[in-house]
Design a protein around this ligand. Structure first.
Ligand code: F6R
Length: 243
């Protein structure tokens, strides 16, 4: 696992966008695992710019998102579908058939989630899996205590995560208490993992992860220790407590 402090948040975002861009540009049928959240906004802006300015052919690109709120209409502005359409799918002109998010309506959730994992297994491994990190060390919405062999499924969000995500909603009460998340095992089924962590709120968890020597189920990001190609890209603030 390689920890990289790239200084200013713009530099960290640009590095990640450039790595994603190179994969898409030079390997046109790229399979990507994508993340949402405040951390990724600048990165997507830069990635869209790079794809456009280089006239990259994205007709064969296919993406699988990490997660979606449970039972939230995909047209709701707070759904991850809306986020992805706004920040990436629409600006680069992807077709509906090219992107996938975990199915989040009540009917047949089990079946649908199984299908999500199966699709990744059949097409994968993902060339790059992009990750953010929660203040409690979650990846996707795999909260502390999630078994490392977990698959895509419905999960309960912790109070900490609901609190952290409340900034995107009008009221904290509006934040869904559940989500559908790619499992940790599914996340690890990728050739390369790039995590982006920005800002001082992420400093304690980055310091903790950096000092850990073996995986701990209570810090889901420590499951990444078992993967051979992981870069943890930080800005000065996120890296500020690392000794
Ligand atoms: C989002 C996701 C989450 C976020 C994490 C950090 O798709 O998988 O794990 O990456 O909650 O969110 P931000 O970037 O808003 O701090």
């Amino acid at each position: 696992m390689k920890f990289m402090n790239l200084g200013h948040r713009d530099h960290a975002s640009r590095y990640v966008a450039t790595e994603m861009f190179k994969e898409i540009h030079f390997n046109q049928c790229t399979l990507l695992g994508l993340a949402t959240g405040g951390t990724m906004e600048e990165m997507y802006k830069e990635l869209v710019y790079l794809l456009k300015v280089n006239r990259t052919d994205i007709s064969c690109l296919e993406t699988f998102n990490l997660d979606e709120y449970f039972n939230l209409d995909s047209n709701d502005p707070n759904s991850y579908m809306s986020y992805m359409k706004k920040h990436f799918f629409e600006p680069v002109g992807m077709n509906d058939s090219q992107f996938h998010l975990p199915d989040n309506d009540l009917t047949d959730v089990e079946e649908d989630n199984l299908r999500y994992d199966q699709a990744i297994r059949e097409k994968g491994p993902l060339h790059i899996q992009l990750l953010g990190i929660g203040v409690n060390g979650h990846i996707g919405f795999n909260e502390p205590g999630t078994p490392f062999d977990s698959k895509t499924r419905v999960v309960e969000l912790t109070e900490e995560t609901i609190e952290a995500n409340a900034r995107f909603f009008k009221d904290k009460e509006d934040v869904p208490a559940k989500a559908v998340s790619m499992g940790i095992e599914t996340i690890l089924y990728s050739n390369r993992i790039i995590m982006l962590a920005l800002g001082e709120k992420k400093a304690p968890i980055m310091a903790k992860l950096h000092q850990m020597t073996e995986p701990d189920i209570m810090i889901p990001a420590s499951s990444l220790f078992s993967h051979s190609d992981v870069e943890i890209v930080m800005d000065d603030e996120a890296a500020s407590l690392i000794e």
